[in-house]
Design a protein around this ligand. Structure first.
Ligand code: FAD
Length: 362
């Protein structure tokens, strides 16, 4: 039986997870090509900059919600069974402010902050907090158990899992999606290309998706330990600023964020914003600076900026024939690429099975 040759373009969390899922199929031969790989830090490469945690935001009935719901079980399994992947459980507090309704961040977190959130039966230990336990200015609060992923460990772990399954990795830059097929390691053109190019799907020939746009996120990585993962739906410093705090697994430090600056391509950290992020984080979780309550008590590892690959209408996971060849798109995962990664990759797998037309073969 002839193998199905597949080229995956992109080594972000979507490309790597998709390559891993496809490589488990007996009859698939997978090559992954990418401009950037784990270990690189670049403004065109979102995945290393993410926190990353599982904070579901998909609206009920959307494909994003379906992908997020499906992804929890696998993140939970990895967390329990494979500590070397760099994921750990975190006690989580989510606070909402009524005044953030309709703001950029309020809209982003509108499902996350609900006290009757759809994911209350997906994740463990969900409970509504009493009003007396809420920080000043907050009107809703929930507590539950989530996960935090150390992306510096998890992305290379995904590479290792892929390599173990026979995936061949190559550095390459393509200017048109149709060029990807010729990079298959067999020397023959691939029968299916998977497009996981994130924000660059906006400018890639054959795709040129103008619904894709950046939402800038600025973070500060510190050595201080918060003891809890927490977020608030907004701030009084601007309707695109938000506060979130998460401690990465296995010594990865604590991420303090952030903002959701839509349409902003700036790659350099803004020092004033960094100061606001640090002070707001301490105000929300005083355990970060227990002696003084001041930002000088924070031990900074680095400042960073990542561009979330947003897409009007949500992530695009669908098949399309381009130049007579099948392409399965998987991009536009905004600020939710980790928490929707496995659900998206399984959807790609189903689309590939439909394309090759012989479900039993993959
Ligand atoms: P990318 O990681 O950007 O990867 C795209 C890949 O395609 C790269 O390898 C690139 O080199 C390659 N590529 C593109 N064009 C070409 C080309 N022409 N030729 C060859 N290769 C190409 N998500 C969560 O789930 N939870 C979080 O807590 C979270 N926090 C975040 C915090 C910040 C500050 C940011 C910025 C993002 C956060 N996200 C979070 C979102 C998450 O990081 C993204 O959704 C995810 O990384 C997108 O992955 P991707 O694989 O689609 O894109």
């Amino acid at each position: 039986m002839a193998p199905t040759d597949i080229v995956v373009v992109g080594a972000g969390v979507l490309g790597l997870t998709t390559a891993l899922v496809l490589s488990k199929s007996r009859n698939a031969r997978v090559t992954l090509i990418s401009k950037h790989m784990p270990g690189d830090y670049d403004i065109e490469y979102a995945s290393p900059w993410a926190g990353a945690n599982y904070f579901p935001v998909g609206k009920p009935g959307t494909s994003l919600q379906r992908f997020e719901k499906a992804t929890w079980a696998e993140l939970d399994r990895i967390c329990r069974e494979l500590p070397e992947a760099g994921i750990h459980y975190q006690d989580t507090a989510i606070y909402g402010r009524a005044k953030d309704e309709g703001s950029a961040t309020g809209e982003w977190f509108s499902e996350l902050v609900r006290e009757d959130a759809w994911f209350r039966d997906v994740i463990p230990n969900f409970r509504v907090l009493p009003k007396s336990a809420l920080p000043s200015g907050c009107t809703t609060g929930t507590a539950w158990t989530s996960v935090c992923i150390n992306t510096a460990i998890y992305l290379p772990w995904l590479v290792g899992q892929c390599v173990k399954n026979g995936v061949v990795f190559k550095r390459a830059i393509i200017t048109h999606i149709s060029d990807a097929a010729s990079h298959h390691h067999s020397g023959n053109p691939a029968s299916v290309t998977i497009n996981c190019t994130g924000l660059l799907a906006r400018t890639l020939g054959g795709v040129m998706d103008d619904k894709v746009y950046p939402a800038r996120g600025q973070i500060v990585l510190v050595r201080n330990e918060p003891g809890i993962m927490a977020t608030v739906s907004g701030t009084d410093d601007g309707d695109d600023e938000v506060t979130y705090i998460m401690q990465r697994a296995v010594g990865g430090g604590t991420i303090l964020g952030g903002c959701l600056q839509q349409g902003n391509w700036e790659s350099q950290p803004d020092p004033n914003l960094a100061q606001r992020i640090m002070q707001r984080s301490i105000d929300l979780v005083p355990a970060l600076a227990p002696k003084t309550g001041k930002t000088t008590e924070l031990s900074v590892i680095r400042h960073g900026v990542g561009l979330r690959p947003m897409r009007e209408g949500g992530p695009r996971v669908e098949a399309e024939k381009i130049g007579g060849k099948w392409v399965v798109h998987c991009y536009g995962h905004g600020g939710y690429g980790y928490q929707s990664s496995y659900g998206s990759a399984w959807e790609v797998e189903n689309l590939v099975k439909d394309i090759v037309g012989e479900k039993a073969r993959l």
